[in-house]
Write a protein that binds this ligand. Structure first.
Ligand SMILES: [Zn+2]
Length: 355
């Protein structure tokens, strides 16, 4: 870890909103006159709030200007909390420090924070929608440390390919480093199958998460959220989408931290809703957002072969926003009150944080 501990210490400030505490959280129902612009928020409270209120937070993979802009815009548009997730595999495109600077700048542009600052002290405790910045699927503890130092609100250490005891050891070390800086940690137990357009390994039923092992893992590591393998796949489903709901229920009964579902792309709304009712508080979506943007770019270029490169960002952003908003609508988020519900979605996507 770099010796300069003062580099981008924003998360220390953000954490004082309540990242490491139990019941308190740094956001909630908007107050009259509050800004509807998204602001930066800690991981644990964000997910615990989602569990308490019966919705899931959308985590969208980001790796370029179009995806960052789309995610911030959709948070503002819907009023829903949104996690921007930069995967380790995208480090060749953007390092964590750049991601923090970019998000900080976009939030300032959106009027959420003073320019150049994220600290919680500068942010009203009960203003509008919130965003998180998350490191997705890092097999490398060093990359986790890089994101922690840069000012991410959470990191995912993925040592799920290692034997159980090794997974515990690696994950626990990252938890200690992260919590010392007020940063949340997600880890994974079990293996998530690889669907179409995924680079993950293929797996059988033996990689589904074992409920008893999950309980032992959470107790031994102190993670803030656990990614589970219950039938969703990375990429696109090759067969019918399936979630092992009894297994999810059994995990939920033994594990008291919010659960994370990877491979949200292509999962029908009714299955997602059933999973959210069983402790899932964060759902990752990557593939469908990316494919929609590429499809729209391909159409634009086919229609106008001399399309200027500068137009492609806007085209990709618009397509990404549409898919992101559609997924948020599947995650039982219902409007600016911060409450999940099964009733009509009046007020959602109003652009207003007030009720
Ligand atoms: Zn994943």
């Amino acid at each position: 870890m770099p010796s300069d501990r003062r580099v981008d210490t924003d998360l220390g400030g953000v954490d004082r909103v309540g990242a490491g505490s139990g019941a308190t959280h740094g956001f909630g129902p908007a107050t009259a006159g509050a800004s509807s612009a998204p602001r930066f928020a800690p991981f644990g409270p964000m997910l615990r709030q989602a569990v308490a209120d019966g919705y899931a937070v959308a985590a969208f993979n980001v790796y370029d200007l179009a995806t960052f802009r789309a995610a911030v815009a959709v948070a503002k548009q819907t009023g829903a909390p949104v996690i921007l997730a930069l995967g380790e595999r995208y480090f060749s495109l953007m390092r964590p420090r750049t991601a923090v600077a970019l998000l900080r700048s976009l939030l300032a542009e959106a009027g959420a924070i003073p320019a150049g600052a994220i600290p919680a002290s500068a942010i009203p405790a009960s203003s509008g929608p919130v965003v998180g910045l998350h490191l997705d699927h890092a097999a490398s503890p060093e990359h986790c440390l890089e994101a922690i130092e840069a000012g991410f609100s959470s990191v995912m250490i993925d040592a799920s390919h290692l034997p159980f005891e090794e997974n515990v050891r690696v994950t626990r070390a990252v938890v200690e480093a992260a919590h010392a800086r007020g940063v949340g940690v997600e880890a994974e137990l079990g293996g998530i199958a690889a669907g179409d357009a995924s680079h993950e390994f293929s797996t059988g039923t033996e990689a589904l998460t074992d409920p008893d092992q999950a309980a032992a893992f959470v107790a031994a590591t102190g993670v803030d959220a656990l990614a589970v393998s219950v039938g969703t796949v990375h990429g696109l489903y090759r067969g019918d989408p399936h979630i092992d709901l009894p297994r999810l229920q059994a995990i939920r009964a033994r594990v008291d931290v919010p659960l994370v579902l990877h491979g949200g792309s292509g999962t029908p709304a009714d299955l997602l809703s059933a999973a959210i009712g069983r402790g899932v508080a964060k759902v990752n979506v990557n593939t469908e957002v990316a494919l929609a943007a590429v499809r729209r770019i391909a159409e634009a270029v086919a229609a106008k072969p001399k399309t200027h490169l500068s137009e492609l960002t806007g085209i990709a952003e618009a397509a990404a926003r549409e898919v992101m908003a559609d997924y948020i609508a599947r995650f039982r988020w219902r409007g600016g009150t911060g409450r999940g519900a099964t009733g009509p979605s009046e007020g959602r996507a109003s652009g207003e944080a007030g009720r």
